[in-house]
Design a protein around this ligand. Structure first.
Ligand code: FAD
Length: 159
């Protein structure tokens, strides 16, 4: 099995798209991520997986806080901004949840404190203890097989 085949296979797991943010010494940093999962109900825990080369890594290690912003269908541009896919810098407006930076218009905003971290291969798993959540009714952005999608096309299917 080569890297390409592994990537291609894992990309067949349809996911939402999130932007992880953290704040260190007044500077907010964000990164697009789809490696996110709910872990535990009692206590309320989630996990994110960050590549060892990502700049956000040491910032989360130091700040010990992060937020997860589940992007809405109309926020593809934000996903591209925080994945470094746009050449020019864009100003992004943040709001606050439990004092932590979150993206307005997201489907869900989750504020976390780091409760544990685990090095696994070339990624670091951060377990987050959820300190607050905000939900909206917006439709989610979907990522599948390396492409952005929306749920709209699925709505024609009647069960
Ligand atoms: P940078 O490359 O410095 O930041 C990324 C971009 O965000 C830069 O262009 C920067 O200008 C911009 N940015 C950061 N903060 C701000 C701000 N405050 N205002 C405006 N712009 C800002 N990687 C993983 O490790 N784990 C994953 O689960 C994961 N999932 C992904 C899912 C998708 C759909 C995509 C497209 C990418 C995913 N990536 C994932 C890759 C990851 O998003 C990129 O490698 C990213 O560029 C790494 O970010 P960085 O922390 O190194 O920071």
């Amino acid at each position: 099995m080569d890297d390409r085949q592994f990537r291609q296979a894992m990309g067949k797991f349809a996911t939402g798209v999130t932007v992880i943010t953290t704040e260190l010494e007044g500077d907010i940093h964000g990164m697009t991520a789809n490696a996110f999962m709910s872990v535990s109900l009692e206590p309320k825990l989630v996990v994110i997986s960050i590549g060892e080369k990502a700049k956000i890594l040491n910032k989360i290690k130091e700040s010990k806080i992060f937020t997860i912003n589940i992007l809405a269908a109309d926020q593809q541009e934000l996903s591209m901004i925080f994945a470094g896919q746009l050449k020019e810098h864009r100003e992004v407006v943040f709001e606050r949840l439990d004092g932590k930076p979150v993206l307005p218009g997201s489907v869900v905003q989750v504020a976390c404190e780091v409760s544990a971290e685990h090095v696994e291969g070339d990624h670091i798993l951060f377990i987050g203890k959820v300190t607050d959540i905000h939900l909206s009714d917006a439709e989610p952005l979907i990522f599948y097989s390396g492409k952005y999608r929306s749920l709209e096309k699925l709505e024609t299917v009647t069960i």
